[in-house]
Write a protein that binds this ligand. Structure first.
Ligand SMILES: [Ca+2]
Length: 398
């Protein structure tokens, strides 16, 4: 049974950080959001006394191993099976940047928790099902953000189905597609369904030679947080510019062949979701383009990528648009294409094929919808997409 004191601490961790999107790059912003709540006298921002040695604020901190933690008195960290991550307070040497790391069969209602494979950071080679359950820590929490700080599972088969390994996320009120392959750096948002738990399940097949590994950072997002993803967004990028990619996009071909004996696909079948990008202040449009590095294969969404010279793959003239895109495609609302090689062409919002001109959109929230049908045949050597995005000042076309 939870002691009264532990229950109070749980409440503090939850409500104080329920509004936070965890991550080192956002620490300063998060600190501001926390301080804003404190300044506003919000109930979520109260400070509580700890032990008898005084007060410390349970602010987010970066542990010596680089992970996001919570600044706690050592005894409280230990009582909750936390890991000491180095000093975090100038007030007392008894404080530590506490890391909560859990593995198969576990559960948490603590914010700032990591779910890892057994033996992490070593690889995991066994088969079976590993589950982890997350319960919202208060009614003011609406979403779970799962950052794939590390996620390496077996590739899908040649048709894009996750047969050897699969990650599934259930229990929320928003859908998450099956995920496998290489997805380090990706993330997903899941809406909590009231106070019901969300379950992450990693099912693996023994005998695979893949260096299977996962370390998933679990952040509970308050309903009122500025880091809450809009409805319909499985992913939500916060930076003004950056890179988006489909799940399991990667720099090598899937080693698995499809049933026709051709090079398989890295695209994961049956995915339909939105990638959203937060509009920066004073920015009116967004432009998606192939990255300057890794241009080859960076837009291989449908068709046979092996019929083209690899140096030609990705060029806009090899892309397709409109009603011809019926199996796998991305939707970019209200597109504007200014490339001279596309002069005279009329574009609808549906893009597929083996290349992409730079596309600008002004519809907010900025979003790219991914629509992959349930079977990758007869596509060959598709990898999905990897696109750079940048937001444009309002004077540049809007
Ligand atoms: Ca495809």
């Amino acid at each position: 049974m939870r002691s009264g004191y532990s229950a109070m601490l749980w409440l503090i961790w939850c409500v104080l950080f329920g509004s936070l999107r965890l991550g080192a790059t956002l620490s300063a912003i998060l600190q501001n959001e926390t301080e804003f709540e404190l300044a506003a006298g919000h109930r979520q921002g109260r400070l509580f006394p700890f032990y008898t040695i005084g007060r410390i604020a349970n602010v987010p901190c970066i542990a010596s191993n680089g992970l996001q933690g919570t600044c706690l008195i050592r005894g409280e960290c230990a009582d909750n099976q936390g890991i000491f991550g180095g000093s975090c307070s100038t007030l007392t040497t008894q404080a530590t940047c506490c890391i909560f790391s859990r593995t198969c069969g576990g559960s948490t209602n603590l914010n700032s928790t990591y779910f890892t494979n057994p033996g992490y950071p070593g690889s995991y080679n066994d088969g079976g099902t590993c589950t982890f359950t997350i319960t919202p820590c208060s009614a003011s929490v609406c979403q779970l953000r799962i950052d794939f700080r590390s996620l390496n599972l077996a590739q899908p088969n040649g048709e894009g189905n996750c047969l050897t390994d699969v990650l599934t996320i259930t229990g929320g009120s928003s859908a998450v597609p099956q995920i496998c392959g290489e997805n380090t750096g990706q993330h997903v948002y899941v809406n909590f369904a009231d106070l019901n738990p969300i379950t992450i399940r990693v099912s693996t097949t023994a005998g695979s030679t893949v260096d299977r590994m996962w370390n998933l950072q679990l952040s509970q997002i308050a309903c009122a947080s500025q880091f809450r993803a809009p409805e319909g967004c499985l992913q939500y990028y916060l930076e003004p510019s950056g890179v988006i990619s489909s799940f399991n996009y990667g720099f090598g071909a899937n080693p698995n062949l499809n049933s026709l004996g051709a090079t398989g696909t890295r695209q994961i079948a049956g995915q339909r979701y939105g990638i959203c990008i937060r509009a920066a202040p004073d920015r009116c449009t967004i432009t998606y383009s192939l990255p300057t590095t890794d241009g080859s294969y960076a837009f291989t969404v449908s068709g046979d990528a092996e019929v083209l010279d690899p140096t030609l793959i990705g060029m806009g003239i090899f892309g397709e648009n409109g009603d011809i895109c019926t199996t796998d495609y991305v939707v970019i609302p209200s597109p504007v294409v200014t490339d001279v090689n596309a002069a005279g062409a009329v574009f609808t919002d549906r893009f597929c094929g083996l290349g992409l001109f730079a596309v600008t959109s002004q519809v907010k929230p900025f979003v790219v919808y991914v629509v992959w049908d349930d079977n990758e045949e007869p596509d060959v050597a598709n990898r999905g997409f990897r696109l750079a995005y940048s937001q444009n000042a309002c004077t540049l076309g809007a």
